[in-house]
Design a protein around this ligand. Sequence first.
Ligand SMILES: *[C@@H]1O[C@H](CO)[C@@H](O)[C@H](O)[C@H]1NC(C)=O
Ligand SMILES: [Zn+2]
Length: 147
Amino acid sequence: MTTRPCGLVVLIFGIESSDFGCSCSYHECCGTLLRYNAVVRFEKRVIETGENKYAVIGAARLVLDGIDQCIVGRLGSMYDNVLKHLDGRLAQITDKFSDSRSQHKIDYNATNNGVCSAIIIDRYVPGDGVMNVLLDGVNLDSSDEEV
Ligand SMILES: *[C@@H]1O[C@H](CO)[C@@H](O)[C@H](O)[C@H]1NC(C)=O
Ligand SMILES: [Zn+2]
């Protein structure tokens, strides 16, 4: 297979929360900066979640003017086993669940502190077998039926 019609869809959680590093000295909640078609880069990151408590997350960092900026959300734990393959990848926001007409998506948004979906926009890289298999095969996307 040499072409693919669409990229891998991933969900980004916590975009309406300041937890998990989604707050900075300029924004109480950096996820409010997220717009449709915004580009984010995933970054494997250790964050402090409480006193002496740490978590490894796939942080989604907003890319603006070509520069990696605030952390606006994170990948869910369902991506934990492929985190190293998503590290550094770019994705574009395609759907904000809070604006959806689907009640499922609105509920899912509310219970997960704000959710959006994004499509990985990195292309196949010749020789990068692991990533190409991931883009091809892993069914990580959460389609309308599932949420
Ligand atoms: C989406 O989730 C956030 C955080 O839980 C909530 O504040 C917001 O009201 C939700 N949006 C809708 C449309 O329910
Ligand atoms: Zn910020």
